[in-house]
Ligand binder design. Structure first.
Ligand SMILES: Cc1cc2nc3c(=O)[nH]c(=O)nc-3n(C[C@H](O)[C@H](O)[C@H](O)COP(=O)(O)OP(=O)(O)OC[C@H]3O[C@@H](n4cnc5c(N)ncnc54)[C@H](O)[C@@H]3O)c2cc1C
Length: 464
């Protein structure tokens, strides 16, 4: 069923069918998992997938759940790693993506690496042979006015659909590139060097006047930092990605290439700031970090989007005074990536507030990665199916990995600076009575994962 059939209100026989059917646009990680979950709950599902009729620059096949780049689902450690915990939660929920990843697992130490072609073939065959699932090949280019829909069209959402989403949400609520500045765990910053202050102490409240964390550099440190930026390993754009991003958000290393002083007059300008530890010391340059979540556990390095390789990023960013021991919740990047401003557009059921018959799931909601995308598909599939069956389901509990992630994208994240996010422990609410900092980390992470598993199991049990 393709474009032009919608809205379908006037077509009464189909209309009755449509109200009971869940339509999922995009058969990637999220769409495949959503279909599996809803179909297993007894709901009839149609997956609309544009490939192989319409290609993207990154996919190679017409299979569902194709892994477009690396073959890794990252850490499988469900006690000490947030993505490993997400694996655990999806396995407990009978997730298809995890089951097929386990079936086609390749040796990779503590990581879950996957044999990509058999994996995608197995996901495709399993869904195709499910009695409640059918697949229709073709591009959807509109947001339908009726029926139950999940849009899981991913980072390479087709151009026509992107335009339809923009028409519904407003142009500034749909991004075509991410421009991710690195995100640092607040408790790994050396506060004997850094201090809190907004430029010129701007703001009405103390909170606003101290909204930024500042890391000062002297001339020598700045020059060494510029040298490191210029010589660092960088990644190139994939063929087919355009460089249209250059207008709005230059990578810092490109700024440095334009002149050694450019950063000092841009994101690293030292004006309007007084070093709280040494007021007479005038910094030559200042790196600023800003709160990235409501909990204040994560901070992003302002204006530091970058195409440096991950290894180079940690090395270069740890040269910043105060960040010598920084732990990164995520590293920076710039990619072709279509995503909506979920914190303003979606409710906690992942429904578009302006059109509640439509849910979004997967990377297009502003999560990042195969696992996170599949997880958001799992949740959206269950929420949508429950709604169709007339038993609305609470969204995932806040203290689970699933809940922390969905809460972040639908409310916890700063809407103005919203950029795609991996799951990480910085999204979790603290557990009372545990030691902060590096030393307490192992116990803290174990406490998060124990709490999450118990709450996730309770949430699942309620549905059985
Ligand atoms: C170049 C590139 C490299 C990446 N590398 C990695 C990596 O190494 N590791 C990692 O974890 N993540 C990586 N990602 C992110 C990765 O794509 C996502 O994590 C994951 O695939 C997202 O799952 P999804 O279901 O949201 O989207 P996808 O898996 O992309 O699925 C979306 C599906 O929707 C279909 N579609 C799009 N528009 C329409 C339409 N209008 N009508 C019908 N169907 C449509 C697409 O054909 C696609 O099959 C990469 C992304 C890109 C673009």
């Amino acid at each position: 069923m393709i474009i032009g059939l919608f809205p379908i209100a006037a077509r009464s026989p189909i209309s009755a069918f449509m109200t009971q059917t869940l339509h999922i646009v995009g058969g990637g990680m999220a769409g495949s998992e959503a279909a599996w979950q809803a179909a297993n709950m007894g709901v009839s599902v149609v997956i609309h997938e544009m490939r192989p009729k319409v290609e993207t620059f990154a996919h190679r096949t017409g299979h569902l759940a194709e892994m477009v780049c690396s073959n890794s689902f990252r850490s499988d450690d469900h006690e000490q790693n947030a993505v490993g915990l997400l694996h655990w939660e999806m396995r407990a929920a009978n997730g298809l993506i995890m089951a097929m990843a386990d079936k086609h697992r390749l040796p990779a130490g503590g990581a879950l690496a996957v044999d990509r072609d058999p994996f995608a073939e197995s996901v495709t065959e399993t869904l195709m042979s499910h009695p409640n699932v059918s697949v229709e090949y073709g591009e959807i280019t509109d947001l339908p006015a009726e029926g139950h829909w999940i849009f899981a069209t991913g980072p390479l959402t087709s151009t026509a659909l992107g335009a339809a989403i923009q028409a519904e949400t407003g142009a500034d609520r749909l991004a075509f590139f991410d421009a991710i500045a690195p995100i640092v765990y607040a408790d790994s910053i050396d506060m004997d060097i850094a201090w809190l202050q907004s430029r010129y102490d701007k703001g009405e409240t103390e909170e606003e006047q101290k909204a930024y964390l500042n890391c000062p550099m002297n001339k020598e440190q700045y020059e060494a930092f510029i040298d490191a930026l210029l010589s660092a390993d960088k990644t190139e754009f994939h063929e087919g990605e355009t460089a249209g991003y250059f207008d709005g958000c230059l990578p810092i290393e490109v700024m440095a290439e334009r002149g050694r002083e450019t950063l000092r007059h841009g994101p690293m300008k030292p004006v309007g700031l007084t070093n709280a530890h040494n007021p007479d010391d005038k910094a030559y340059a200042v790196v600023q970090l800003r709160r990235d979540n409501a909990l204040g556990t994560l901070l992003n390095i302002v204006g530091f989007q970058t195409k440096m390789k991950y290894g180079a990023q940690t090395e270069v960013f740890r040269m910043i005074p105060g960040l010598e021991n920084a732990n990164f919740a995520r590293l920076g990047g710039i990619h072709r990536n279509t995503f909506i401003n979920s914190p303003t557009l979606l409710d906690d059921q992942m429904r578009l507030k302006s059109r509640p018959n439509i849910r979004f799931a997967g990377q297009v909601t502003g999560v990042e990665g195969y696992v996170e995308s599949a997880a958001m598909g799992l949740l959206a599939g269950r929420l949508a199916a429950a709604e169709i069956l007339g038993n609305e389901l609470d969204t995932a509990p806040l203290n689970t990995a699933m809940g922390a992630l969905v809460h972040h994208i639908t409310g916890g994240a700063e809407a103005k600076t919203f950029q795609p996010m991996n799951v990480n422990f910085g999204l979790f609410q603290p557990v009372d009575g545990l030691k902060g900092g590096r030393r307490g980390r192992k116990d803290r992470y174990k406490a998060y994962t124990d709490r999450a598993k118990a709450e996730w199991q309770t949430w699942l049990d309620k549905q059985s």
